[in-house]
Design a protein around this ligand. Sequence first.
Ligand SMILES: Nc1nc2c(ncn2[C@@H]2O[C@H](COP(=O)(O)OP(=O)(O)OP(=O)(O)O)[C@@H](O)[C@H]2O)c(=O)[nH]1
Ligand SMILES: [Mg+2]
Length: 237
Amino acid sequence: MEADTRETDSIVTIEPRVAVVGLGGAGCNVVSVFYNALAPVDTIAINTDRKALDETVADRKLYICKEVTKGEGTRGDAGLGNKCAKVHEENIEKALIGHDIVFLVVGLGGGTGTGAASVVADICNRNNMMTFTIAINPFSFESDRLSVARNGLRSIRAVCPNTFTIENDKVLELMPDATFSEAVRAVNESIMDFVGKTTEAILSRIEAEISSDKLTVSMEIKDRNMPEIQTLSKIKT
Ligand SMILES: Nc1nc2c(ncn2[C@@H]2O[C@H](COP(=O)(O)OP(=O)(O)OP(=O)(O)O)[C@@H](O)[C@H]2O)c(=O)[nH]1
Ligand SMILES: [Mg+2]
């Protein structure tokens, strides 16, 4: 009986295209961190706030609902954030097409990110993208935002089961003397580590599945090792 030669004949190269999509103020701040660190992902920033979007750095920026919000954000109205994203569904879909793995990043408790995330996750689902949402819970001192955050999280989880939460509060336990901006910056940077490790884990799993089919796999994702955030390795998502 002749030996199965597939092991030496087939070479599969996997190069998934990864996008990190920031929604609203917090999400766009996180996207800027990825862009500035030259992380090996495409960065897309979506906001209803003109000024915040101007200050964001990203490969692609989508300014949504100029007419409705006058460029000043939704002022905490998640229903409005949801509507704005729906109005711009076509543009958002165009920016997302071609990606295999998508990480949505949103700060819960405001209007834009909290309302828009489920719309964007739905677009990803329709296009068969592997989608994760990283949802940042507000600080407990932002008491007026907590119920908006809770309801928002529920609506996001309904369309994106792979939703992970990060607690802004947690960083204050680890860095009790941090200013507000130092604390949020530390949280934002820790998200890069999560995205890098999750992408690695997905690729290893695909690799294992392909090799169990007796195919020889050559994995190739540019700069797979994303920068490690040493200072906040204790933050768990
Ligand atoms: N980790 C982190 N949290 C942030 C940052 N900016 C804001 N937040 C948190 O995210 C919550 C939501 O705020 P934003 O993202 O500014 O809200 P938005 O989606 O822009 O909504 P509107 O401005 O109301 O339209 C806030 O209550 C903060 O707790 C940031 O840069 N990093
Ligand atoms: Mg805003």
